[in-house]
Design a protein. Structure first.
Length: 60
């Protein structure tokens, strides 16, 4: 099974970002913590996307 490098961090970052924004909308925790979780997820999305672009021809 070939998984492109950067795909897992990108998908994981999307899930974490969604969780952070959802926690913010439901107001279940402090907004600063919710935005911190969302920011952590966004960082993973960006780093994963950089890997996807950098290694886009490796498995094709």
């Amino acid at each position: 099974m070939n998984v492109r490098e950067g795909l897992i961090p990108t998908v994981l970052g999307t899930v974490v970002t969604t969780a952070g924004v959802t926690l913010r909308a439901k107001k279940t925790i402090d907004p600063a913590i919710a935005w911190g979780i969302a920011g952590f997820g966004l960082a993973h999305v960006v780093l994963g996307a950089i890997d996807l672009v950098e290694h886009r021809n490796r498995f094709s």
